[in-house]
Ligand binder design. Structure first.
Ligand code: PLP
Length: 485
């Protein structure tokens, strides 16, 4: 082995030099790759496959960093999508704010693991601090708690698991953690809207209950869960001997950004003794907009909240949190091991965050939130989020004014779903045309937009998470789309 240390950043000069050289060269290559405004300027699928599936992954002799950086420059960087482009609006997938990328460098360099205090001393304290502030921000009191997770899907699973175990403990006097599912587990029911995220069904499956445990509730014209129908469905289930345990509201649906009526859902939960989970993977960001925060004020009423920082909050993947109104419920995820999180640790002030988490080894993602919140402040953040929501309102207004477009519903957050209609005399049907336009934008115009189905029709979707987006650019994009009909 080469005596020069190019393995780790250590106190040795050779380690420091290797670290600085590799980082600098990488940063310069990344910056140089940003040559135009296109959101995707790379190859189409088959070409891309041929280009990258040619080499041995583990050659007999390694090529060294300079050569691999050259390969990154030629093969990888040109074929990445660029979420920071104002031509990118396909998914709830955002660009990462520059300061949060700097935080990522610290996270990766020091590689702390959040499971136990001795693997992450200051990181543990920062996560605790960030969680305490987040709980306050969403209207929770000092009995609340939370933990960072890998994403909205895991936060939903965590919230729903705590919901079910709480219900079985409190109402059925049955401890699932100890005994596994109760005999009548096939009767357990949770309710979410028909346009809720598929992690509802996935969670039900992972929790051993299966998709049939998830009752999908119809939505109204504003794409919000229909509360009257929900109440009827609960009554029907009770009459049939089923056991409702949870309502899972969506605060910002994936396609439309619509917000389920939390106040009314809380009333139903209280009346029937159910847990209220709020999937705010998308809508959690709205709380930072001084102009629009009132739209998500109902989050304070939920027993658990899914917050995603890698969507509206513009942070690098992954960064997400699961918040719980009554911290005692985290007991469902606590199990002690002699090698990791001894019970006596806590008595002596060593916090082991693994006690609240489904993951064991876990990233120090809380640092990104800590850095960005402090750096930009409430005013800076309010401006970013407000601009995205205002842009969606503007785009909705120009679509509505255009006879060649059909828009589905007024946006509550920053997504707009619409379709363009074929010009008079066109032989192409609207579905085929909208699909064709999306592909043409992707491969010939460097524009990446979303596509979904609404009321059986293929629709296009703009998810506006980029505060650099402008009204002028939205005008241009709509003109481009209409010109491709
Ligand atoms: C994105 C999304 C999720 C899943 O979050 P991930 O971070 O992708 O796991 C869950 N619910 C809703 C409403 C979402 O939009």
């Amino acid at each position: 082995m080469n005596s020069k240390n190019n393995l780790f950043l250590t106190s040795e000069n050779s380690g420091k030099q290797a670290y600085i050289e590799m980082m600098e060269a990488t940063i310069r290559a990344i910056a140089a790759s940003m040559v135009d405004e296109q959101a995707y300027a790379g190859m189409p699928p088959y070409e891309l496959r041929d280009a990258v599936h040619t080499d041995e992954l583990l050659p007999e002799k390694g090529c060294g960093f300079a050569a691999i950086l050259d390969e990154i420059k030629s093969k990888i960087l040109p074929n990445l999508v660029r979420p920071a482009s104002t031509n990118y609006m396909a998914h709830l997938h955002s660009a990462a704010l520059v300061e949060t990328i700097a935080a990522e460098l610290i996270i990766s360099t020091f590689n702390q693991s959040m499971d136990s205090w001795d693997q992450a001393p200051v990181a543990t304290e920062i996560e605790v601090e960030v969680i305490r502030n987040l709980c306050k921000m969403y209207g929770y009191d000092e009995n609340s708690d939370g933990v960072f997770t890998s994403g909205g899907s895991q936060s939903n699973l965590s919230g729903l698991l705590l919901a079910r175990d709480w219900f079985c403990n409190e109402k059925l006097h049955y401890d699932i953690k100890k005994h596994g599912l109760p005999e009548n587990f096939r009767k357990l029911r949770m309710y979410s809207s028909e346009i809720s995220h598929f992690s509802m069904e996935k969670s039900a499956h992972l929790m051993g209950m299966g998709y049939e445990a998830v009752v999908k509730v119809p939505v109204n014209d504003a794409m919000q869960m229909d509360v009257d129908t929900l109440e009827k469905l609960i009554e029907k289930d009770i009459a049939a001997g089923n056991i409702p345990f949870c309502i899972a509201a969506t605060v910002g649906t994936t396609d439309f950004g619509s917000i389920d009526p939390l106040e009314k859902l809380r009333e139903l939960c209280d009346r029937y003794g159910l847990w209220l989970h709020a999937d705010a993977a998308y809508g959690s960001g709205v709380v930072l907009s001084k102009k629009y925060a009132h739209r998500v004020a109902g989050l304070a009423l939920a027993d658990s909240i899914t917050v995603d920082f890698h969507k509206m909050f513009l942070m690098p993947i992954s960064c997400s949190a699961s918040l719980i109104r009554d911290k005692r419920n985290f007991d469902a995820l606590t199990i002690h091991a002699d090698y990791l999180n001894r019970e006596e640790d806590e008595e002596d002030g060593y916090i082991n965050l693994v006690n609240k988490s489904m993951q064991t080894t876990r990233r120090f993602d809380a640092l990104k939130v800590w850095v960005s919140f402090k750096m930009r402040g409430a005013d800076g953040w309010s401006e970013l989020i407000t601009r995205c929501i205002d842009n969606a309102a503007y785009f909705h207004s120009i679509l509505q004014a255009d006879a060649d477009c059909e828009v589905i519903t007024a946006p509550e957050i920053s997504s707009v779903v619409f379709r363009v209609l074929p010009p008079a005399g066109s032989s192409e049907d609207a579905d085929t045309m909208n699909k064709r336009i999306r592909r043409a934008l992707l491969h010939h115009h460097g524009v990446v937009i979303g596509q979904t189905v609404c009321n059986g029709n293929v629709c296009l979707k703009f998810t506006l998470l980029n505060p650099l987006q402008t009204h002028e650019k939205l005008d241009e994009l709509l003109a481009l789309i209409l010109s491709l009909r």
